[in-house]
Design a protein around this ligand. Structure first.
Ligand code: ADP
Length: 310
């Protein structure tokens, strides 16, 4: 089982001819209201990748809450522990210009009311995974991580958006996931991503996964780097690629896959999410990920391919 403690948002996305400057108003022809938030995206990605998923977080008592929850509900994510807060459902206000550049404001709203105490009594233990991101209050992230560690869950943190990770939180993590920019925020000035990831893994005795965009991803553990390339796709929209990588990685590890296979599965999933528009609609399902991951495995390991081919 994967328990996600994190954010649920509604994204209001408007296409505009040009992004507004301070004080300027621009007119866009239309907008869409779609479900988002790193917690919700990762929960959906893990679910579509084949895991049993419980989502824990907070939404408001408004109409936006229904939109924020609808896709998760349809996918079979357990939503019994979603709290209704006296605050508006979290929202992302996104403007996208003709060149595909964006400007995003995220207002936490109800996400600021997510509490680790909502995890109490949940029947999760050794063999299960707790997945965290950085869009709910820091004190609650730490309390949730400690809750997971005390019960023997694999505790996984996606440190996104970028920033430091306090030592007391590092101490209760098993796996940290960051992208190539976020990893640099955790190292000394001038260090390269590989060195930072290797050092973090060694110093804190945790696994560290780094996503590398079109270059794929890698996972450092016990002095070994497990690498996987991206799956070749024509990228249409990379929104939620990182969230998809996290959810798929959690699902693969939850199925007791080894690091090498898990990072390959996660890279394949992330790449497939780039091949179509939108965040949650683009998150791939297990069968498609397995097929893409098998292709990556064949390319990377000719010995294995020769053994299994007829
Ligand atoms: P984030 O969105 O957090 O910055 P990345 O951009 O590193 O994350 O993407 C996460 C994963 O998505 C990568 O590890 C890779 O597998 C896949 N991916 C991202 N961009 C591309 C791309 N242009 N082509 C193919 N795969 C991609």
């Amino acid at each position: 089982m994967i328990v996600v403690f994190g954010s649920l948002n509604i994204d209001l996305v408007a296409r505009v001819p040009a992004l507004p400057r301070p004080g300027e108003t621009v007119l866009g022809p239309d907008y869409v209201a779609v479900a988002g938030g790193k917690g919700a995206n990762q929960a959906l990605a893990a679910r579509r990748a084949g895991a049993e998923v419980v989502m824990v977080g907070a939404v408001g008592r408004d109409g936006f809450a229904d939109i924020a929850l609808s896709t998760l509900a349809g996918a079979g994510v357990d939503l019994d522990r979603i709290a209704r807060a006296d605050a508006p459902t979290g929202a992302g206000f996104i403007a996208v210009d003709a060149a595909g550049r964006n400007q995003i404001v995220v207002a936490s709203g109800a996400n600021a009311h997510a509490r680790a105490a909502q995890l109490d009594g949940l029947g999760a233990g050794p063999g299960d995974t707790l997945m965290l991101q950085w869009e709910v209050p820091e004190a609650e992230i730490l309390a949730a991580a400690r809750w997971g560690r005390a019960r023997g869950l694999r505790v996984m943190l996606n440190r996104a958006p970028a920033g430091p990770v306090p030592a007391e939180l590092m101490a209760v993590l098993d796996l940290l996931v960051v992208n190539e920019h976020e990893v640099l925020a955790l190292g000394a000035a001038g260090e390269d991503p590989d060195r930072v990831a290797d050092c973090l893994s060694e110093c804190h005795r945790i696994a560290v996964a780094v996503t590398l965009g079109a270059e794929g991803g890698e996972l450092w553990a016990d002095g070994i780097c497990h690498e996987a390339p991206a799956f070749p796709v024509e990228p249409v929209d990379t929104t939620a690629a990182g969230d998809t990588f996290c959810g798929a990685l959690a699902a693969a590890l939850d199925r007791r896959r080894g690091y090498e296979t898990a990072v390959e599965f996660a890279c394949a999933a992330g790449s497939l999410a780039c091949a179509s528009l939108g965040a949650q609609p683009s998150i791939p399902h297990r069968a498609a990920i397995e097929a893409a991951a098998a292709e990556l495995a064949e390319q990377r390991n000719p010995e294995k391919y020769r053994r299994t081919s007829p």
